[in-house]
Design a binder for this molecule. Structure first.
Ligand code: AMP
Length: 219
């Protein structure tokens, strides 16, 4: 059983790296931002509650986030373990998490704010299937259209200059201390997220003592 947390500022590649780990190690991937985005697109009560906060780049209330993560983990469908990205992001969330679950390691994807801005402002998402693209590194074949389903590519509502500035500030204020809590417990590995996707994944695997990463055609 492996239980990992992936941390890093937005645009550091958390979801991509978590997805590769989950796929090859049979881990359940839990992406808190995606869970909230699902609520927004499905127009649920939670969606209505968080939409404005998210669009502004602010963090959602700890109680709500904790209950959502708790409910998700209570499903116990993670026979081989889980990799969770986007959580914990505050001291409270970290304490709640550590009280309830043992974690094997925290992967910290390190990326300077300037590179974060460059990447995030180039990010696009398919409005229909949710596939993500990047106008710098991962362009669609037809401009503005999803390669998979042909849906329209849009910017995430919180990928604007103003929301990004708020998210970076929130990150440094509230999430940097979380890293400190984990560092005291000595299970943080730091990886330079400025490298290409495969190199980041290889370094994560090496530092966690996992089987080597073998890149597949579509990775
Ligand atoms: P992400 O997709 O990880 O960049 O998250 C997008 C947004 O979802 C954040 O800017 C927050 O508004 C919200 N969010 C995601 N995870 C958390 C969390 N652990 N605590 C509070 N808000 C969160």
């Amino acid at each position: 059983m492996r239980k990992y947390v992936i941390m890093g500022v937005q645009g550091s590649g958390k979801s991509t790296q978590a997805a590769l780990l989950a796929r090859d190690l049979d881990l359940v991937r839990i992406t808190v931002g995606d869970m909230f985005r699902w609520h927004i697109t499905q127009h649920t009560k939670i969606g209505a509650q968080v939409r404005r906060t998210m669009a502004a780049g602010e963090l959602i209330d700890d109680d709500l986030v904790e209950s959502l993560v708790h409910e998700r983990l209570q499903l116990h469908d993670w026979n081989y373990g889980f990799v969770i990205d986007g959580f914990p992001r505050s001291r409270d969330q970290a304490e709640f998490f550590l009280e309830t679950y043992d974690i094997d390691a925290v992967v910290y994807l390190d990326l300077p704010d300037e590179e974060v801005r460059r990447r995030v402002l180039a990010r696009r998402l398919c409005a229909d299937c949710g596939m993500d693209y990047n106008l710098i590194a991962d362009r669609p074949t037809v401009e503005g259209r999803c390669d998979v389903c042909g849906g329209e590519l849009v910017r995430r509502e919180d990928d604007t200059e103003a929301a990004l500035a708020t998210r970076l500030r929130e990150y440094h204020e509230k999430t940097d201390p979380v890293l400190e809590i984990f560092r005291r417990k000595e299970f943080v590995i730091t990886v330079d997220a400025g490298q290409d996707v495969a190199s980041v994944q290889r370094e994560i695997r090496r530092k966690l003592g996992l089987p080597e990463y073998v890149q597949k055609k579509d990775d």
